[in-house]
Design a binder for this molecule. Structure first.
Ligand code: CUA
Length: 183
């Protein structure tokens, strides 16, 4: 019984039971196999995002995002007044999370690659890209850079999936993916 002290006080010096040893080795090997799978899956599974993360101050990130939006703005989204920004292929693309929106709206070209910079300028937010289910936790002070190549045209929605206050359920964003314009 666990409530009584062991009869042999120096139990750790006793020889290990054969069955216990086998289980310990099996559990260890299984752990190693699972660990290797994480690395393998990053390479062959197309499941993990190839991302980089850096420290950045919210002010600097806001300034960069605003400059980016101003430079490549092509129109406004509906009647919302939110700029739709169409950067050239291969460009650094900025999107910020704040109470309570993902800003600005992006318009990207199918088949082209972009470096998407994500950060928050106030609290923790979640970047959940629908319907393809890419999820990133976004904090102020850090920027994630995702190298993305949209492979399907259409409209993608972003919802915030980290609780961020009273407007959390209304915090959304949008990415349009368009076919290359005919020359
Ligand atoms: Cu931002 Cu929830």
């Amino acid at each position: 019984m666990a409530v009584t002290p062991p009869a042999q006080r120096n139990w750790w010096k006793e020889p290990i039971e054969r069955v216990e040893l086998i289980w310990t080795v099996l559990a260890f090997l299984w752990g190693i196999a699972m660990f290797a799978t994480m690395i393998l899956w990053h390479v062959v599974g197309k499941q993990n995002l190839a991302n980089e993360a850096y420290r950045i101050s919210p002010d600097v990130f806001m300034t960069r995002t605003e400059a980016f939006a101003k430079k490549y703005k092509v129109r406004e989204e509906g009647k919302t007044g939110v700029p739709v920004v169409r950067p050239p292929a291969g460009a650094d693309v900025y999107m910020l999370g704040r109470l309570w929106e993902w800003w600005p709206v992006l318009e990207l070209e199918k088949g082209q690659s972009y470096r998407l910079h994500l950060s928050s300028v106030d609290w923790q937010h979640g970047f959940s890209l629908q319907p393809i289910n890419v999820n990133i936790q976004v904090h102020p002070g850090y920027e994630h850079i995702l190298t993305i190549t949209p492979d399907q045209s259409g409209q993608y929605g972003i919802v915030c999936n980290e609780f961020c206050g009273i407007g959390h359920h209304q915090m959304t964003g949008k990415i349009h993916v368009v076919e290359r314009k005919p020359q």
